[in-house]
Design a protein around this ligand. Structure first.
Ligand SMILES: [Zn+2]
Length: 793
């Protein structure tokens, strides 16, 4: 107790910080000095020194100082991303180094405690989380380089634009995203798709290699094999990889049926030149820059187009919604459940729209915790659309989590695991997007949904969430493989597309090379920051932006949460009808889970919420059951082939879509039909020549017989006939035959007919060869495809 009081009266955090400058030194009390300075002691002394009571005081001191250091860093980071300037970047990097020093300082000393004999499980858990110092483990110079690389990658992404030939340059948000979402002109889509990858991915290629090296070095210094292993450690599960694979396999029927159905819909619209019904889908026509969500092509893929859903964005615009109102609407949802409301600082400090004062900003939506218990913000370049409204619900879910755990130690101010953080916001959007809720909020006018409209609705959710499953999964796999060296640096892009083909059934619309770096055109890879989040740091940039490994698990989790919360709210009936708005019971259940932060192992937290200790796909499959039934029937009716047994990417076909035929540039289809004609003709000619040959043979034989008999007759009659009669018998027509209307000697005709026969044979063989080539080209594997991939189905 004595010691606790010492700690309690230790200098205030800011004073300590001032005294320390950038180097962490010890504050007052003597024992603390020993701990902080890690003076070597005899075993007995050190056992006494590093006991549980000291540990508690140590952790309290950590907590107080961390709140100050992290808050300063968050401020600097916020200033930078909402006003991208060199000066702000330098300030942020400086604060980042300070934060790393703090992390390293306490992480190193946390190792000295002999936790085995400690009684308090919270103390043990906190110390174990402190041990992971993440990038702070890097030597000073390399840490600086690493931070600069991270800032460079994120800034390159945020500032990139794609320029029209003679016109303005378009940023990703909202312009290029708008093109990808609304254009149905494949050339225009390709322009945006390719332009974005040229502007971002290519620029990051070289930097990314160094980033991987430094990440791995940091991970090794923390005692992990590589950075992928460090990331996985946040899940506190030895079987994470196997579990994810199993979940992925369980969801395959849903994805494959959706893929086949959407492919057919695109085939109807774009035709066979772009879509092969047995092959992968080109990645640029799915309504999204990364083809991770396909909801923007709902108009092409609506199961019952005669019953289109109401245009909620239009209704919102008609009702003069403003970005701030959208945030208020989301807030209302949480408070209706008896959850916490956001403090005034949130409304004053958040960036809800893209600034119009010429500042460069990073637009990617994110939620921020400033670690002082009152300052929480969202950064988003909001547009008035239903998509953005639901995205705000998601971000407000992060804010609700921050609010609920704000009284815990900084160490525990994080989700039960990263997937929980994502699932909380998403579980609310499941209710918020239901027909019942939207009707209740005046965003729909039609009172009832019939069965067909329900299938339409579920299709829109599936295009958003089911389409995302393999993408979320492979984003993870890719980086794990990059970090553990399975994917080497000279094949980054090739392997990226291998994974996208294998898991998503997508292919690039144009040939890609290793000059390109398409994974870098995705925010979470170029920004990296959410992924190097350690349990200690909460998140490096404090941002709760989506990151795939969280997203894949959270995708499954959100349905599991949804089912549990709906049950608590007393909901009866199909899961997709449920709306937990106004349910205090659901609110209480959610609150009990959120306020635990990361203080308990996540299976315990999951059990508290759902009664289960494992992530399960059951609730997700229940939610989508009506849609899956419909999809299966529809796909069977169309005779769809699930998967993509034709590996060829459509760009290859488009490249060869014009082929040469007898010196002419023709459409491949036309060439194929000409080749078939030619083949048929050759067979006819072959047959004709064979018949001719046979006839000639008979003719030749008979004329030879005739010649012999004529000569015999002539020799017999020489003595009795006059010379005149000899001449007349010599010009008998039987000794001549015709070839193409020309009379000639039979042996000459035979010669020509054999030549013709040979020619026809050659033509026939040539045609057969050409046709075989065309057909095998259709089934050719993409250049990066490996043989063993032929075996999956
Ligand atoms: Zn999120």
């Amino acid at each position: 107790m004595e010691l606790d009081r010492d700690w309690a009266t230790a200098p205030s955090s800011s004073a300590v910080l001032l005294a320390m400058g950038t180097r962490w030194t010890c504050p007052g009390p003597p024992l603390l000095v020993l701990v902080c300075c890690a003076v070597a002691q005899s075993d007995q002394d050190s056992d006494q020194l590093y006991n549980e009571t000291v540990a508690k005081a140590f952790l309290q001191f950590y907590d107080r100082t961390a709140q100050v250091v992290w808050n300063q860093f968050m401020e600097a980071a916020w200033n930078y991303v909402t006003n991208i300037t060199k000066k702000n970047q330098e300030e942020m990097l400086y604060k980042d180094v300070e934060k790393s020093q703090h992390t390293l300082y306490f992480g190193t000393r946390a190792r000295l405690f002999k936790v085995a004999n400690f009684q308090d499980s919270d103390v043990k858990r906190m110390l174990s989380k402190l041990l992971n110092v993440d990038k702070a483990a890097l030597p000073k110079e390399e840490l600086r380089e690493y931070n600069e690389i991270l800032a460079y990658m994120e800034t390159t992404y945020s500032m990139a634009q794609v320029c029209l030939n003679e016109g303005p340059c378009l940023p990703l948000e909202p312009d290029l995203e708008e093109v990808m979402a609304t254009s149905r002109d494949q050339k225009e889509l390709l322009w945006a798709w390719q332009g974005w990858r040229d502007a971002v991915g290519r620029q990051l290629r070289m930097t990314f290699e160094r980033y991987v090296q430094l990440s791995n070095k940091a991970a090794k210094l923390n005692g992990y094999q590589d950075m992928g292993a460090l990331w996985r450690s946040t899940y506190e599960s030895d079987s994470l990889q196997e579990d994810l694979e199993q979940l992925f396999q369980e969801l395959q029927p849903l994805y494959l049926n959706l893929h086949a159905y959407v492919r057919r819909a695109l085939y109807r619209f774009y035709g066979p030149e772009l879509i092969d019904l047995r092959g992968p889908i080109p990645a640029h026509i799915l309504g999204n820059m990364w083809a991770q969500s396909w909801v923007n092509i709902l108009d092409l893929a609506l199961p019952f187009p005669e019953k289109p859903p109401e245009d909620i964005t239009k209704i919102m615009k008609g009702q003069h919604w403003k970005p701030e109102k959208m945030f208020q609407e989301a807030e209302k949802f949480f408070t209706s459940m008896g959850l916490l409301s956001t403090p005034p600082e949130f409304w004053e400090n958040s960036m809800m729209e893209r600034p119009t004062d010429g500042r460069e900003v990073e637009c990617h939506a994110s939620a921020w915790d400033f670690y002082n218990g009152k300052d929480f913000r969202i950064k988003k370049c909001t547009e008035v659309t239903i998509k953005d409204l639901l995205s705000i619900f998601h971000q407000m879910g992060h804010i609700q989590y921050f609010l609920q755990y704000k009284n815990l130690s900084v160490i525990f101010r994080a989700g039960a695991n990263p997937a929980f953080e994502e699932a909380v916001g998403s579980v609310v959007t499941l209710s918020a997007s239901s027909h019942k809720h939207l009707l209740n909020r005046g965003l729909l006018s039609q009172q009832h949904q019939d069965k067909e409209e329900e299938v339409n609705f579920l299709m829109s959710v599936a295009l958003e969430k089911i389409a995302f499953i393999p993408f979320a999964y492979l984003m993870d796999l890719f980086r794990w493989k990059v970090f553990d060296g399975t994917i080497e640096k000279d094949v980054y892009n090739q392997e990226w597309w291998n994974l996208r083909l294998k898991y998503q059934g997508l292919c690039p619309p144009i040939p890609r090379t290793e000059e390109d770096f398409d994974p870098g055109a995705k925010f979470h890879i170029s920004a990296s920051l959410p992924y190097i989040r350690s349990p200690v740091e909460g998140s490096v940039m404090g941002k709760r932006v989506c990151c795939p490994e969280r997203y894949f698990l959270s995708l499954v989790l959100q349905f599991q949460f949804h089912e549990a919360l709906c049950k608590a709210s007393g909901h009866m009936g199909p899961l997709h009808h449920c709306d937990i708005y106004n349910s205090k019971e659901a609110g209480k259940l959610l609150e009990d889970v959120l306020k635990l932060g990361s203080s308990k192992p996540w299976p315990e937290v999951l059990e508290k919420m759902t009664g289960e200790t494992k992530v399960s796909t059951k609730a997700l499959m229940t939610y989508f059951k009506p849609l899956l039934n419909w999809l299966v029937t529809e796909n069977v009716r169309q005779g769809e082939i699930l998967g993509w047994p034709d590996f060829s990417c459509s760009f290859e076909e488009r490249e060869s879509s014009r082929a040469a035929f007898l010196g002419m540039e023709l459409n491949t289809d036309l060439v194929i039909s000409w080749q078939w004609t030619l083949l048929a003709l050759s067979f006819v000619m072959l047959l004709a020549v064979l018949l001719l040959g046979r006839r000639l043979y008979t003719l030749e034989k008979s004329s030879l017989t005739q010649d012999t008999s004529t000569q015999d007759t002539r020799s017999q009659g020489t003595q009795s006939q006059s010379p005149r009669s000899q001449d007349s018998s010599a010009i008998k027509p039987a000794s001549k035959t015709y070839f193409l209307g020309i009379a000639m000697e039979p042996h000459q005709v035979v010669k020509r007919q054999w030549m013709l026969l040979g020619l026809c044979l050659l033509l026939t063989l040539g045609s057969i060869g050409l046709i075989i080539r065309i057909f095998t080209q259709h089934n050719r594997k993409p250049p990066w495809m490996r043989d063993e991939w032929g075996s999956w189905d």
